[in-house]
Design a protein around this ligand. Structure first.
Ligand SMILES: C[S@@+](CC[C@H](N)C(=O)[O-])C[C@H]1O[C@@H](n2cnc3c(N)ncnc32)[C@H](O)[C@@H]1O
Length: 292
């Protein structure tokens, strides 16, 4: 499978380009082929992606090459890159991830930015990431706003363990982690206190066929949200008014086809300033609204 002449070991730069090309194949479902290639290659070299540039001209060793082949065969099996390397980068932060939790997708930054848009830099108060998985969105929000205390809540105790580990890495001493069903996981005295709530709950309609690398590896509780995908979203939105502080912002990811419906649900419970937020390709995949 090597595109290189026998005996001529490639440079890191050559391998990176070849791997990125492989990741561009439609069956790889890569969100960012060059970024993903960097993750795999760096792992084989015992580095982080940010350290690759410094080695770009050097030829890889025999041992590094065979490590890479092992890693590639796992990726082609198909196992998700984040589980192979044990990490994922969202915005400026690198998170630990393993099979205990859903892998945050790179466009989670759209949700983070939508939440931050409602919170001044010097804000003090509480933030919540509901259905937080490994905690990436909430931790990015709290990292960008040092005056916030963060609650992370998810139904999966395993995902919450990972969220706790990630919070200790990036926002030490500022996060509390809770396991349970939606708002039921939280202490009652948090009601009315959140100046920002982020959520990327399950929103995939039941029966949707997902790629093998997703459905065979990530926790099944992460995906499906009933016949139209919005069962959990409806439950969350029906309770928002009693958990947001006055003026607090709610930001939520959903499928682009659900944006209009979710904005309507938010208006229906009296939230105002409903907005849709686009990703880098201009696709609307996050909505936000504010408690008056
Ligand atoms: C699509 S994943 C997103 C995780 C995380 N927000 C992210 O973007 O990386 C959905 C998450 O919802 C959690 N979840 C599913 N049902 C839940 C419930 N009833 N209450 C709280 N969390 C739930 C799953 O455990 C999973 O971590």
């Amino acid at each position: 499978m090597s595109p290189f002449a026998p005996g001529a070991r490639p440079t890191v730069g050559e391998l990176w380009a070849a791997l990125a090309e492989r990741m561009r194949a439609p069956e790889m479902y890569s969100e960012g082929p060059r970024h993903e290639a960097a993750e795999l290659l760096a792992h084989a070299l015992g580095l982080l992606p940010r350290d690759l540039e410094a080695r770009i001209e050097s030829r890889i060793t025999e041992a590094e090459h065979s490590a890479l082949l092992g890693i590639l065969s796992r990726r082609l099996s198909p196992e998700p890159t984040a589980y192979i390397v044990g990490g994922v980068e969202i915005g400026p932060l690198r998170f630990k991830v393993d099979r205990r939790g859903f892998i945050p997708r790179l466009d989670l930054t759209v949700l983070v930015e939508a939440g931050l848009a409602g919170v001044p830099l010097e804000a003090k108060g509480r933030a919540l990431d509901l259905a937080s998985g490994i905690g990436a969105a909430g931790i990015c929000v709290a990292h960008a706003r040092p005056g916030l205390l963060l609650d992370l809540a998810d139904v999966s105790p395993e995902a919450i363990e990972l969220a706790r580990e990630n919070a200790e890495l990036h926002v030490p001493g500022r996060a509390s982690c809770w396991s349970g069903d939606l708002f039921g996981a939280l202490p009652a005295d948090r009601r009315g206190s959140y100046i920002v709530i982020t959520a990327n709950p399950p929103w995939v309609p039941d029966g949707t066929v997902l790629p093998d690398e997703v459905i065979d590896h990530e926790p099944n509780v992460s995906f499906f949200g009933g016949p139209d995908g919005l069962d959990l979203v409806r439950r969350i939105i029906s309770e928002l008014g009693s958990w947001l502080a006055p003026g607090g912002i709610y930001a939520q990811e959903c499928d682009p086809s659900q944006v209009t419906k979710v904005l309507e649900l938010l208006r229906g419970v009296g939230l105002v300033n409903g907005r849709a937020h686009a990703d880098a390709e201009g696709v609307l995949r996050v909505v936000s609204a504010v408690r008056a």
